[in-house]
Design a protein around this ligand. Structure first.
Ligand SMILES: *[C@@H]1O[C@H](CO)[C@@H](O)[C@H](O)[C@H]1NC(C)=O
Length: 430
């Protein structure tokens, strides 16, 4: 996972490898942004609209993770609101909700097109956690009850409350932009989309300083990494590999459909054909680290470059990131204005309809994004702002030059991550 950005919308955190600062809320606004986020979260938790209802996103997501029909969701909500803990038998018996027909799917919530997250259960009985399903990292971590103020509004893991907990105890740390997220390793059962990864090794963290403010105001409790084992900290088996090893998946494939200010879907063990049109175009994975492939050319309006570069598909990054020189040229052509010291740009919303298309060529297929698609509109405090969906980062060879195709790309293109055949497939999302 790389940054996330978003001037006013709180964002996903920044991976330390690229050294990008983790949040760009101007200092004087931090207090009020934080206040707003806290109030919203508290309101949601308390069921501010009278009682905990189907409009309470957290409860609905928690109750859908096993899949459920409406009556069951309603019962589940009644049983699980408040502590956000699932009632065991409901999570086992339920069928997928009608809108998501695929047998093993997770509803992906969308917060202002800047954060995408879904719910897993951890432990026995399962406790619900909202996680970013991150194809740009490989570890699972959630906060535990030792985490103090920084985790005030988060769901927290308590080993002593889970019958399936097993001890490891080894210290764990993962570095993000502004410091570590650290704690220790444990084993427990991960329930996800009606599947179970038993004795999954994960990190329960008590220190989240590395994520700074982004974590406090973020919608997620933890991160579930979906990249390859070779980049997993401490060589821990990622959840997908555990599911495969335990025979839980029909095939070692998962796919993301990201919503556009709407719920999306992650499927495990296959692909939901209802969420794309046309044929899937497959490209080879060129390195079993990130979900990486070769980017053959980039063009923006009348500018083009055909230097080979690596591109990674990263659900944990909000924007498109690329070499800073190339991004600066694109930004200048578009008339975007740099946000000092961040690598990010804002653009006048009125320019959006006239912006040129961005075209990316991956293994012989061209993917096109229009201005409406690569500009991220945010609104906060009643004001609309347009974030130019590009970010300059410089990653040296051999990993670089590197482009990171984040949510801006994934919203338009439904993406299949095929572990079995070591390839990725793309089609227009529908
Ligand atoms: C704890 O986990 C690490 C990393 O997977 C492993 O090397 C170690 O053997 C484990 N220790 C125990 C006591 O389970």
């Amino acid at each position: 996972m790389l940054l996330g950005l978003l001037l006013l919308a709180p964002s996903a955190p920044t991976a330390g490898e690229y050294g990008v600062p983790s949040l760009r809320v101007p200092l004087e606004r931090q207090a009020s942004v934080r206040q707003l986020a806290l109030e919203q979260e508290l309101a949601a938790r308390a069921g501010a609209h009278g009682e905990c209802s189907a409009s309470d996103e957290r409860c609905v997501a928690a109750c859908h993770f096993g899949g459920a029909d409406e009556t069951q969701v309603a019962r589940c909500i009644a049983a699980s609101c408040g502590p956000a803990t699932l009632v065991g038998d409901l999570s086992v018996h339920l069928r997928p909700p009608a809108i998501f027909r695929f047998p093993h799917s997770v509803v992906i919530s969308d917060y202002q097109n800047a954060q995408y997250y879904g719910t897993i259960g951890l432990g026995t009985p399962p406790k619900a956690f909202k996680v970013i399903f991150d194809t740009g990292s490989s570890n699972l971590w959630v906060p535990n009850t030792e985490c103090g103020l920084a985790c005030l509004l988060k769901s927290k893991y308590s080993a002593s409350r889970s019958q399936s907990y097993a001890k490891n105890g080894t210290k764990f740390a993962i570095m993000y932009g502004s410091g570590p997220v650290s704690g220790h390793l444990s084993y427990d059962t991960v329930s996800i989309a009606g599947l179970q990864a038993k004795h999954q090794e994960f990190a329960e963290v008590d220190t989240v300083t590395g994520l700074g403010l982004a974590y406090g105001i973020g919608r997620f409790d933890g991160i579930l990494g979906m990249a390859f084992p070779s980049i997993s900290v401490d060589g821990i088996s990622p959840v997908i590999q555990t599911l495969v090893a335990q025979g839980q998946l029909r095939s070692a494939v998962f796919a993301f459909y990201l919503g556009n200010n709407a719920p999306g879907e992650l499927t495990l063990g296959g692909v939901d054909a209802a969420h794309y049109t046309g044929a899937l175009h497959y490209v080879p994975v060129t390195s079993d680290t990130y979900w990486e492939t070769t980017l053959h050319s980039v063009s923006f309006g009348d500018m083009s470059s055909s230097h080979l570069a690596n591109a990674i598909l990263d659900t944990g990054t909000s924007v498109l990131a690329g070499p800073s020189k190339a991004i600066a040229a694109i930004a200048e052509r578009a008339g975007a204005v740099p946000i000092l010291g961040t690598g990010e740009y804002m653009i006048d919303c009125e320019r959006v309809p006239k912006l040129p298309n961005l075209q990316l060529t991956l293994s012989g297929a061209t993917f096109t994004l229009s201005g409406h698609e690569y500009v991220v509109k945010t609104s906060a405090f009643g004001q609309e702002a347009c974030l130019f969906g590009f970010l300059g980062i410089d990653v040296p060879p051999p990993r670089g030059p590197l482009w990171i195709l984040g949510d801006v790309f994934l919203r338009k293109y439904f993406t299949v991550f095929d572990v079995e055949k070591n390839r990725m497939g793309f089609a227009l999302a529908a």
